[in-house]
Write a protein that binds this ligand. Structure first.
Ligand SMILES: O=C(O)[C@H]1NCC[C@@H]1O
Length: 159
């Protein structure tokens, strides 16, 4: 799902909320006037943290099975390249108390894959590669149809 959020100091942005074991807000760094590959990490962290705080204030999350999991863990700024490509798409994950992941983030890329699949940008079993903007490390992942999936998320395509 997506939300229009007013981020103090940055104005209105549109974020996707995704879940991959924990919830993240996703948006292109470009919406914040930044470049995920070349902007200073400090600037990316400040902007991502402002988004996290704004989403927390302006939107209440729910989890279908446990309210303990109904919290926003952080914000992931991307290069905006969500449409399928063989090329890696780059992101930076700013989570918890302004921590920056060295990797593309397991739970984060899981959520990105779920969002890309939900939007029809990738098909089941179609792999994508994700790159950390901080270290360049790579994760590859794909959406698969797993048992139990349709019980948990019956509103999703394919159920
Ligand atoms: O990759 C992960 O999912 C973990 N690393 C940072 C955020 C999560 O805790």
């Amino acid at each position: 799902m997506y939300l229009a959020i007013d981020v103090p100091g940055h104005g209105k942005v549109v974020v996707d909320i995704g879940y991959g074991g924990t919830f993240y807000a996703f948006l292109s760094a470009e919406q914040l006037g930044l470049d995920v590959r070349s902007s200073k990490t400090r600037d990316l962290v400040s902007a991502a943290s402002a988004v996290t705080e704004a989403v927390k204030k302006q939107f209440k999350l729910h989890h279908p099975e446990s309210e303990d999991l109904a919290f926003l863990y952080g914000t992931i700024l991307t290069d905006g390249k969500d449409a399928f490509s063989e090329e890696p798409t780059t992101n930076i994950c700013v989570f918890a108390d302004e921590q920056v992941d060295r990797s593309p983030t397991g739970s984060g890329v899981t959520a990105r894959i779920a969002l890309q699949y939900h939007k029809g940008l990738i098909q089941l079993e179609q792999s994508r590669t994700f790159q950390s903007s901080t270290t360049g490390s790579l994760f590859t992942g794909k959406a698969v149809k797993a048992s139990g999936w349709c019980w948990t998320f019956p509103h999703l395509k394919g159920c």
